[in-house]
Design a protein around this ligand. Structure first.
Ligand SMILES: [Zn+2]
Length: 196
């Protein structure tokens, strides 16, 4: 795992320069998946180094040990407890994911016959997933299927829209987002606490 250079502030400002060169290891990963060198400039998303300040957030909705950036973990726990006080259950579905995980995920889809361009509409290329930062959380609610658009109809989603900003979380991929990423009402990223 690479040293974690990312800070909360840099997440806001680390917009990928099209000319920025990726770490050699990552370029090789992209080559092995058939992702062309123009991806970084085209997708408009910043390169996201893997976080090394990961702490356990306990089991996720699938019983896996969820790892979260230390600052994001404290904010998540405060947010989850506040929701609970309002009678809303927020479940953690997925948190940190490594570059290697993202590589295997895409390789599996390629092996099943999907085209790389179609896959990249749904999954960020390795190195470009906000989940590498440990600050992005996929959230769910007990009565709604995980990672489906219908989550937007849940009381949990309504609560998040009204309150998540108070805890430093925002939805990364609303409808019509500039990255061309599909709408993901479940994907919330800790950036910084709202001020003022
Ligand atoms: Zn996500």
């Amino acid at each position: 795992m690479s040293p974690c250079a990312i800070s909360i502030a840099s997440m806001d400002t680390a917009i990928m320069n099209p000319d920025q060169t990726l770490p050699a290891g990552l370029s090789n990963v992209h080559k092995s998946l058939g992702i062309d060198a123009g991806y970084a400039g085209r997708c408009g998303m910043p390169y996201v180094p893997e976080c090394s300040r990961l702490l356990s957030a306990g089991p996720d909705a699938f019983g896996r040990d969820a790892l979260v950036d230390g600052k994001a973990l404290a904010a998540w726990q405060r947010m989850q407890q506040a929701a609970e006080r309002d009678g809303v259950v927020l479940q953690l579905v997925s948190a940190f994911r490594s570059v290697e995980y993202q590589k295997k995920l895409i390789a599996r889809k390629l092996a099943s016959g999907q085209q790389i361009d179609a896959i990249l509409c749904v999954n960020a290329a390795p190195g470009f997933s906000e989940h590498h930062s440990g600050c992005a959380l996929d959230l769910g609610s007990p009565d709604y299927p995980c990672l489906e658009e219908s989550f937007e109809n849940s009381p949990a989603f309504a609560w998040l829209k009204a309150n998540a900003a108070d805890y430093g979380f925002s939805m990364s991929f609303p409808r019509g987002n500039p990255y061309g990423v599909q709408y993901e009402p479940w994907h919330w990223c800790y950036r910084k606490k709202k001020t003022g």
